[in-house]
Design a protein around this ligand. Sequence first.
Ligand code: AMP
Ligand code: ZN
Length: 468
Amino acid sequence: MKLFNTLSRQKEDFVPLEEGKVRMYVCGPTVYNYIHIGNARPMIVFDTVRRYMEYKGYEVNYVSNFTDVDDKIINKAIEEGTTAEEVSRRFIEECKKDMQALNVKPATTHPLATQEIQGMIDMISSLIEKGYAYRAQDGTVYFRTRKFKDYGKLSHKNLDDLQAGHRDIKVTGDFKEDALDFVLWKPKKEGEPYWESPWCKGRPGWHIECSVMSKKYLGDEIDIHAGGEDLIFPHHENEIAQSEAANGVEFSKYWMHNGFLNIDNKKMSKSSGNFFTVREIGEKYDLQVLRFFMLSAHYRSPLNFSEELMEAAKNGLERIVTAAEHLRHLLKNAPEDGPAKEETDLLHGAKQYTEKFEAAMDDDFNTADAVSAVFELVKYINTSVSENTAKETLNGFYGQLKQLCDVLGIIIEKEEEILDEEIEGLIQERQAARKEKNFKRADEIRDLLLEKGIILKDTREGVQWKKA
Ligand code: AMP
Ligand code: ZN
């Protein structure tokens, strides 16, 4: 299995630190709003990497954090007249719902930054002891960037170029020794959440969170660290500096970064209104379609989101699901007797598509080619089966198709359909809950129906519903 390592800018053979095991860390979202479809890309892509590694027999310890203390969360809390804790708790729950709808497996551990403050204080103390960090006059603790000799090795930047362009680097305080130094701990401002520390009442910088959570749940050395390409600099560069200075060993062997998702060929941007939340897309499409759309491109390529491409993904997915349905339908009345030689040969012939699939995935997780192999398998199955095909043969085809779709996280088994009466019943219960001002229950019912693909619309004539 080869993967592109941002560190070496080359495809390298994957050799785990410990045989049969993978320790993997994926930077998670900052939870101050519903996640947008750009945030969904690393979730889907690295979930697929994980699934493929598991398919290959590796035991994967997969850690992905939630950044639950940050300026954006604090600002949102002020805007809403509530606490940062309440905002982050709410959006973590919402994010988990989106992940489930995208069929992203829960991580082995989903640590929260606010629950790991002591570990951050310990790592910062150790960096100060080793001379890699210092407390400035106002209580801010900075990392002494120039002391870490390998700084820039991931982003392939050199310190002097960075220094020359230092006006572009956010200057967060006036007390730094050097413009390149970055924050490990900062003093609290009025009304902000804070923790006690040896330096001042305050909160951690963003980069130290990931270094600490990765160390705690995966150890000093890990196999893969991943995230979107915007994180290469400064976030991941700073993580390397902190972790390697503190632990004295190489932090991560491989670094993987997904390309950006654009909308209608333009950069996604909140200010210009050019962005969609996963929730919004979920009102129009089954979120399986969004997942399938993301996997139809290579993870390192930029990907353009458009209605047209989503429709194409929807049709493609439909072709696969229909083939699976057809197999299930044939299985109901299939002959029980053993398969004839021709059928065994056909089944054997289908193995070439699994081989193609694996070859694509082994080549830096080329899901675009892997999806093509699945389409070829579907075509092959469609032309190979009929009412006379033996049960054993049909099961063989079905098992093979399902196995590949499982790696991609594509569900081919449709859930039980919800009956119209059940929908009506739930809508009535929701109306009653609203009347009693039990909005929590009312929202729960709305979400439950949404999960089953039922969209509610409140109109003057009452509640209307439709299937997504
Ligand atoms: P954030 O909450 O901004 O830290 O983002 C969480 C994850 O989503 C990070 O790995 C980002 O790199 C990634 N991300 C954010 N926007 C996009 C985008 N438009 N396309 C792809 N990945 C993105
Ligand atoms: Zn991170």
